[in-house]
Design a protein around this ligand. Sequence first.
Ligand code: PMP
Length: 359
Amino acid sequence: MNGKHILNEMAPYKQGKQMEEVKAEFGLTKIVKLASNENPFGFSDKLNKELPHMLGQLELYPDGHATELRKKLAATLAVYEDQLVFGSGSDELIQIICRTFLYPGVNTVMATPTFPQYKHHSLVEGADVKEVPTVNGYHDLAKMLEAINEQTRIVWLCSPNNPTGSLIPKNDFYMFMDRCPRDVLVILDEAYYEYVDPELKYNAIDGINEYPNLFVLRTFSKAYGLAGLRVGYGIGNESLTAKLNIVRGPFNTSSLAQKAATLAVRDQEFIRETAEKNRIIKKEFQQFLDEQGLSYDDSQTNFLLVKLPVSGNELFDYLLTRGFIVRPGEAIGCPNAARITIGNQQDMKELQAILKEFL
Ligand code: PMP
């Protein structure tokens, strides 16, 4: 059967080993997963109380408009309800954006390394991909502006960037928006927004009225700790969200996910605590890496891209036998590095002891 030709050159997402699989393979009782930047502190306690009540009406389709979650988020973010679009994770929104705006003959500009799904879905739609290397982990915004041409439809900014962790500084972001042609859509992926240090944080959502070509992506998968439920959201002007809603499936977020996300938004104290604990444990881990003479990129996230004297795969294989799963750099375009999620204090202490043995 003939599909799109490009699919002959592509592969599906290759997920890392599952925790049960690793336990069985190495006869371990405990596994610590530090590979996907999930929240080691779980999710808001308030959900534990409410979750059992949410199972009441699973036979019914969800509210495709996500009305309750929409109202809560719109009020929290001070945007209009029609300026929000929800997805089954921001992953699905990336796919919807590509399906809406890309087709053969046009191109899209992004950093490298960055979150691989931008490239993946751009290619699936038959668009060309222009990748601009990061400098010390930071987006090279001047070069990205230079890469834009008549055929460019989307520029992807990932801030903080996965896998490097770097934040696009506020002034640089607004300078970029001022110089970027208004007919080029700018996707600002802020999956790790909640982790950014308060003194560096800026609210790009405020810019959606001034810049009708700006679309901001956020997720409940990281600091909110709800990766398993698959819910993310995007914020942009109404003509943009109207187009995305044409492509979006009618029931793309589950009733459970909508309800849990609504409750999670109410508990901002959990988010503050998560970010604070992450900051402290990350600093301790950075001090350890400094002592070991290992360098890492500046990170405003819950992970560090650690540079290694060996290949990332070698460290990955070793840590696996000791019950720790990290992301080898080779899998994400960063050879001789590993992306390590900041776990809880106890697990990070154990990891440090194991790393010392390895180095
Ligand atoms: N964007 C970035 C930068 C990410 O790191 C991730 C998750 N790894 C996503 C988007 C997708 O997250 P989700 O689909 O769980 O919302």
